[in-house]
Design a protein around this ligand. Structure first.
Ligand SMILES: NC(=O)c1ccc[n+]([C@@H]2O[C@H](COP(=O)([O-])OP(=O)(O)OC[C@H]3O[C@@H](n4cnc5c(N)ncnc54)[C@H](O)[C@@H]3O)[C@@H](O)[C@H]2O)c1
Length: 356
């Protein structure tokens, strides 16, 4: 039995997770996919109940799990609190030893008009950002804060860079065979090492091209020529910023799924966006990023490629048919639950093509 730990989290997390769960419940039997969904508190809800965002009890349960599905965490109510939900997320990533965060971004033709960029610039964009997740400035020591001085440490070692760059090359090999490594090697020592190791790793992949960009140039190119990129690999901080920048290319944060892989343990699947407190509990959140994250879980953790394809294709079809949530069309939209029901209708309509 496949064990999935389900962390609905805060804000819109429970609403979009309920959509994803409903989709999985509808199709699992057709594919004979056996699973147990274990619901746990995480983030703000966990702070409210237990005083910490990530409990020891959850840590124990994770040891026995096959994958983790996360909604989203965070709320303005903890903004000046001593313990914040986001600390739980960093601790969870560290605990699971998640070293690679993958955010695929494909702008389908039917959504080109939603992009803040001109259609001719964004059309055809199909890229993956591979972000190092377990090291760098978010974890480096020493760190210090006082009201007159503060500092952080951006630290990387050879092993950490090698495994993330190698992962990017492996993905590129299955795609268009182009890696762009992003750093700030003209200023930062950790970036110099990143660049050197990217060059070393590239020797093992003669069929894949490697280019380098400084992060500032990359920030520009991502919005001036997004369709020229294939796989972009970078460190934790730069990846955090660039992946959020890339997330708007498609028109809404609500579209962007993500997967985070560990060296040998379980992986975490979550939307790229946050808990969107401004729209929570209104039944208007876009569940696509959550549902696509679940589809990635089916593919990467459970090898259920047909199920994953069915979900992804059904989403594309109903978007092409004009079924939107409010973030995609504020004039003519469906609620979160109605949009999910439309998706399930489509899945039922076309599933025979996938179950054979
Ligand atoms: N991984 C995570 O759980 C994660 C990631 C980023 C931010 N956060 C937290 O989330 C909280 C809110 O942060 P924020 O407002 O900066 O970012 P956010 O991603 O929550 O929201 C930014 C904007 O995008 C919209 N949006 C996001 N997801 C959407 C969806 N599925 N459908 C429709 N609209 C959507 C929101 O309404 C908001 O206007 C903060 O506490 C932050 O720390 C959590």
């Amino acid at each position: 039995m496949n064990k999935i730990i389900c962390l609905k989290g805060d804000g819109i997390g429970p609403e979009i997770m309920d959509s994803a769960i409903k989709v999985l419940e509808e199709i699992s039997e057709d594919f004979n996919f056996q699973y147990e969904m274990i619901y746990e508190d995480f983030g703000g809800v966990s702070i409210d109940k237990y005083g910490v965002p990530f409990t020891d009890d959850l840590k124990e349960k994770l040891k026995d799990a096959d994958a983790v599905l996360l909604g989203s965490i965070g709320s303005p109510k903890y903004d000046s609190a001593p313990i914040r939900p986001e600390q739980g997320l960093l601790a969870l990533r560290k605990y699971l030893n998640l070293y690679a965060n993958i955010r695929p971004l494909k702008v389908s033709d039917s959504l080109v008009h939603l992009s803040p960029l001109k259609a001719e610039i964004v059309k055809g964009s199909d890229l993956v950002i591979v972000r190092e997740l377990s090291s760098g400035i978010y974890f480096g020591e020493p760190r210090y804060y006082s009201d007159i001085e503060a500092y952080d440490t951006m630290r990387y070692n050879k092993e950490e860079i090698t495994r993330i760059v190698d992962y990017a090359f492996k993905i590129a090999k299955l795609r268009k065979g182009k890696v762009v490594s992003v750093d700030k090697a003209n200023v930062l020592s950790s970036s110099k090492l990143f660049r050197k190791i990217a060059n070393d790793v590239s020797k093992n992949y003669p069929d894949v091209t490697l280019e380098h960009r400084y992060v500032d140039a990359m920030a520009m190119e991502l919005i001036t020529k997004p369709s020229t990129f294939d796989v972009i690999v970078t460190s934790n901080l730069f990846g955090d910023i660039l992946s959020d920048e890339a997330s708007v290319l498609g028109g809404s944060l609500g579209l962007l799924a993500s997967a985070s892989f560990s060296v040998d343990g379980i992986s975490l699947y979550e939307p790229a966006h946050g808990s969107a407190p401004d729209i929570a509990n209104q039944n208007i959140a876009n569940p696509i990023a959550m549902i696509r994250s679940m589809a990635m879980m089916l593919r990467y953790s459970f090898n259920e490629n047909k199920m994953s394809d069915l979900i992804d294709d059904s989403i594309d079809i109903i978007l092409n048919e004009g079924c939107y949530t409010k973030d995609l069309n504020s004039e003519n939209y469906l609620s979160t639950t109605d949009w999910t029901d439309k998706l399930i209708e489509k899945i039922k309509e076309i599933k025979n093509e996938y179950t054979i």
